[in-house]
Design a binder for this molecule. Structure first.
Ligand SMILES: [Zn+2]
Ligand SMILES: [Zn+2]
Length: 137
């Protein structure tokens, strides 16, 4: 059954992201799935990632070079703070701005609003281990 196999692939994709809640690229997910024996194309991985992010089940963060990276996050409303030295990502909340954004959306007649903001900086570990962190990471 084509449809069943497709959703099984999506489930194992989500399982990989659940196991390791760091940022992961489509390419890396594809490699992991293939290593686990799944016959899945990179295009299908992208399709699953797109539909999962449209449903809000995963978040997309853009790396320094603009590459899309994906992450399974917690359920609460949050924003992403990414270290451009080592690539770690924190979930942060900024209540004031969040309320302003949500009420602006409500004023425009929308509900069930989701948004994330991407912030990038240098984490404490990278700050302590060198002047500029790992530029190439
Ligand atoms: Zn997130
Ligand atoms: Zn760092």
């Amino acid at each position: 059954m084509r449809r069943r196999r497709r959703s099984a692939q999506r489930d194992s994709l989500v399982a990989i992201m659940d196991r390791d809640r760091r940022l992961i690229s489509a390419q890396e997910l594809h490699t992991n799935l293939r290593a686990a024996g799944a016959e899945i194309s990179l295009a299908t991985v992208y399709r699953h990632l797109l539909s999962l992010s449209e449903k809000g089940e995963i978040h997309t963060v853009h790396g320094r070079d603009g590459e899309a990276l994906y992450r399974r996050c917690g359920d609460r409303l949050h924003h992403h703070l990414r270290c451009h030295g080592c690539g770690r990502t924190e979930e942060i909340t900024a209540q004031v701005e969040q309320d302003a954004m949500l009420s602006a959306a409500a004023d425009a007649g929308y509900d069930d609003v989701q948004f994330t903001i991407e912030l990038a900086g240098r984490c404490a570990v990278c700050r302590s281990c060198g002047d500029q962190g790992h530029r190439d990471a």
